[in-house]
Design a protein around this ligand. Sequence first.
Ligand code: CUA
Length: 373
Amino acid sequence: MKKKRLGRGVIVLLFTFLALTLSACGDPRLTTFSPNGTNAEESLYLIKLSAYIMFAVMAVVFVLLLYVIIRFRAKSDDTSIPKQVEGSTLLEFIWTAIPVIIIIFLAVITINMTFSMAQDHSEDPDAVKLEVIAHQYWWEFRYPELGIVTAQDLYIPKGKKIAATLRGDDVIHSFWVPNLTGKIDTNPGYNRDGTLQNVNRFTFDSKTTGIFLGKCAELCGPSHPLMEFKVIALEPADFEAWVAKMKEPVQVKGQTAVQGEKIFQQNCAACHAVDASDQAKRPGPNLANIGNRLTIAGYLPAETEADMRESLVKWIEEPNRYKPQNEQATVKTVVMPPFKDKLSKEEMNELIDFLLEQKQYDPANFKIGTEVK
Ligand code: CUA
């Protein structure tokens, strides 16, 4: 008997843990509980509404249960058989009708909000158009009207609708920024005539400036949990500045960086571009502004220049170690090869000097977990 109770305790703990982790609890930049966008606000409203209804139902049931247990408990000297009741049409009607009404009420509100979140703003001239292309294991962001291609760090203006079309390049991924919006799948696939298949559309926004974490929310391979990205919401004027800066090529200054540029051209330029213009489309992630990235490869630390240097060396030398299955070209359309034995220590340093000079736009004092001012 005791053992059974213990088992139940473990199950309750496990469910509490799952509820907290699955709702992305813990990181203030990765939580559904502090919404910064319209979609996230509506989601939280639905979560709260259904939770409050559930608590109200539980309260009524438990109060009735307690009342019945106490009021009708057997007295020690009472051996009589209580009055036998077989069915009550009125009671049965009540406990069927109430749940049906609750479910219809929830359904109407949920369906309404789901359709409002799924609104397509791709024809809205005020909306920022965005193409999201998910790859194993990184994110590509294209702004067709602005002529910009970038990766991993998604810049958006605060208060504007972001009309996104989303697709996957290899397998199914899912775009999720808990503070701003719910999940939406990015599907791969082409029609026989070569046009894209299963492209998803949706619109989201950020009501505040700030940095929010995004995750891939669809199991897409061994490095799925490392498939992270950032959303950087700027004041509209700052966003305009970012757009202008991203199109300006960086003039490399340092002696070693100039050497690094040659190494980059020989080893990296077939897959990566360091300018964000539309003409710079390559199979690998765009590296414009990489000197200001918040992380390297989506999750390796880049807080200080020393961190960034270390992370870049790790990643360039052994990408397969830091993103498992990166090397399997069977499904993946883009493979980052290891450069451990291809570049000398000196060449690696020069290459990194070149990459660290790629700083088009530096939003002042931004760090994950703080607001961009
Ligand atoms: Cu991409 Cu999980």
